[in-house]
Ligand binder design. Sequence first.
Ligand code: TXA
Ligand code: MG
Length: 347
Amino acid sequence: MKTKIVKIDKENFDKNSLKEAANILKAGGIVGFPTETVYGLGANGLDPEAVKKIYLAKGRPSDNPLILHIGEVDQLDYLVEDIPPIAYKCIEEFWPGPLTIIFKRSDIVPDIITAGLDSVAVRMPKDPIARELINLAGLPIAAPSANLSGRPSPTSANHVIEDMTGKIEMIIDGGETGIGLESTVLDLSGVTPMILRPGGISYETIKKIIPDLLEDRANLESGEVPKSPGQKYRHYAPRSEMIVYQGSVDMIIKNIIKDIQKHSLDGKKIGIMATDETMDRYPNATVLSLGSRSEKKEIASKLFKILREFDKLDIDIILAEGVELDDIGTAIMNRMMKASSGNIIDC
Ligand code: TXA
Ligand code: MG
């Protein structure tokens, strides 16, 4: 299949430029498109045959359900059985934006979307290209992150081109995504509101609206069984082995320097995922910076890109500095934990 690539300026685009993409979606094809979190791989969420193509293109396990993306809040009504009062508050506060909410599903939602669960995940993205595309298609759009299963999520069209060329009909290049980590997944389908995946909106921020909000412990502790199917897989992973160091910055630096010596003796080529403040501290290694430690949002936006850059370098092992678990730091550490298969050293 030939994949058409269309460049669109997020700030200033003509509706018509998205019509072809919307028509592909309506006809059961697949389109890679930007959202404010990461690029998504979109298909008609009401057409099981179209959705099947997403699983095939990604190589995604069939027990991992998909998020339905909507352009307007009223699209929600026919997709879900019940909208609890607390959900209305979250919608008012956080939609459009990087929050996915899990509801009890309605009968119209195909089983392939929910992987057989009785709940469905829905999100209204904020990115103007994503919103316009969904509205032009006039359909709920199923969209996982547009990476091959297991690889770091795409934060630019080039990442989607790397993973999806020849497998899908079209890729819309809308530049770099702003947030760079996926949406927060909030389960409101059960008795207790719970965050199943930390993401673009922090636990602390949502807790202001939902005081009894819980977090799935498995998001940050390896060895726990996650409640969301997607969280159990190795994910976001670079090709080489990765170790994450957690603790005070001084202790992180000390431990990484010590381990550089150890791994050098084993003949390994070492990559360091550092920050602007610390990147000069590491001899005998290829160092890439995630940005400044005081700008967590910048670190979030660059994490997947840097993981992909390491894949292009000749590296055997990545030693990565962790960040504090506050605000978006929780989502950053969750992705680092998954990328390293839980290989975390407490310093
Ligand atoms: O920011 C995002 O959410 C991006 C953009 C493209 O919107 N999408 C995304 O989709 O990250 P994906 O498929 O990569 O991740 C969806 C996550 C998975 O961990 C999946 O298991 C979980 O949401 N999920 C979906 N439906 C669920 C359900 N009914 N119950 C529990 N978890 C669910
Ligand atoms: Mg994903």
